[in-house]
Design a protein around this ligand. Structure first.
Ligand code: SF4
Length: 336
């Protein structure tokens, strides 16, 4: 394959489809926010845990990995929160699925393939598509892509939306082509995120205010109220463990793939490459302001757009990073 071909991923094409300006910032200029998205960091941590679990079936190894990855939990409260959640989630997961109905064929599998013009069958001379799937598994004689998700709520709406996950459909096609494994469908392995919080207890000030209030209401002029102490790690783990006994905290959803859908998605992918080349040639990447608050939170590039590209904003809040971080193997650095 020629070295002039640029690697692209579905994340890149999805960004281009949603807001061309965001795609330019990430994939043309290479900007990424200095502050990591906490949801993405937690998602990566759980992906790595699941890889270890499905490779070894050893929950002690998974727990040791979480300990190492969250070494900063002693001083950083958000890391501590993730440590608690990851520990309880993975321990609950191992108890929920001690044996699997599928055989693992591959984990964290990278692939790469041409993007083809559907009219002529010719491969793009500008791009290849690369990606990585969480797993390939076999049930009987059928192969499935295994896709891990962490979700705040696993309800009918969430499961219904999985159908719109174009990325996995197109990746299934590429896995078939690149690895020669016919893919029957996708198994979404969804892990719920418990919303419990570790109690911080009361400050002396809060306690005195509550005590005064109780005394005012008391007919005897006395109260037995004691200061609420912070919840210990053991007690919080106990509450989380109880939560993860609920089978509804985990869900497996199987979706079958239609060949027609493959064709539509491949045609769309080709069109996106042509539109991208045109935008790059003209140096015009339009903003799609309807997308600025998609997923109920501001886009990662909102500060730049809001400030009209102010260089100080870019300098202070962004850094340059290589594209397609998701294709790299997990490194041995702590996640936090
Ligand atoms: S803030 Fe809005 S316009 Fe700017 S890159 Fe993000 S989605 Fe596009």
């Amino acid at each position: 394959m020629s070295s002039t071909l640029l690697t692209s991923t579905y994340s890149m094409w999805s960004a281009f489809r949603n807001c061309r300006k965001a795609c330019e910032y990430r994939y043309q200029i290479g900007l990424v926010p200095r502050e990591k998205d906490a949801n993405l960091s937690f998602g990566s941590l759980i992906h790595e845990c699941l890889q270890i679990w499905h490779e070894t079936g050893d929950i002690t190894a998974v727990r040791a990995f979480i300990d190492r990855a969250c070494a900063a939990r002693v001083s950083d409260e958000s890391v501590r929160r993730d440590w608690h959640l990851a520990m309880a989630m993975m321990t609950g997961y191992a108890a929920r699925y001690p044996r699997e109905e599928f055989a693992v064929v591959a984990l964290e599998k990278n692939f790469e393939g041409p993007i083809v013009n559907p009219d002529t069958g010719a491969a793009s001379r500008s791009f290849v598509l690369a990606g990585k799937v969480d797993g390939i598994v076999r049930i009987g004689g059928d192969h499935y892509i295994l896709e891990h998700k962490t979700a705040a709520t696993i309800d009918a709406d969430y499961l219904e939306r999985l159908w719109t996950d174009f990325q996995i459909a197109i990746y299934s096609f590429y896995v078939e082509q690149a690895l020669g494994i016919p893919i029957t469908g996708v198994i979404y392995n969804v892990l719920g995120k418990a919303r419990l919080q570790q109690s911080k207890g009361e400050t002396e000030e809060d306690y005195q205010a509550r005590r005064a209030e109780l005394l005012e209401k008391s007919k005897t002029g006395k109260t037995t109220a004691k200061r609420k102490l912070p919840e210990s790690d053991e007690d919080f783990q106990g509450r989380l463990a109880e939560k993860y006994l609920d089978p509804e905290m985990f869900h497996r959803e199987m979706l079958y793939l239609s060949r027609d859908r493959f064709d539509v998605l491949r045609a769309e992918l080709w069109e996106l490459t042509q539109a991208f080349l045109d935008a790059r040639r003209r140096k015009v990447f339009y903003q799609n302001t309807a997308f600025c608050f998609h997923h109920n939170r501001p886009c990662a590039y909102f500060p730049i757009c809001r400030s009209n590209g102010n260089p100080n904003v870019i300098e202070n809040f962004y850094t340059i990073a290589a594209p397609h971080e998701e294709l790299r193997a997990p490194d041995s650095e702590p996640a936090f």
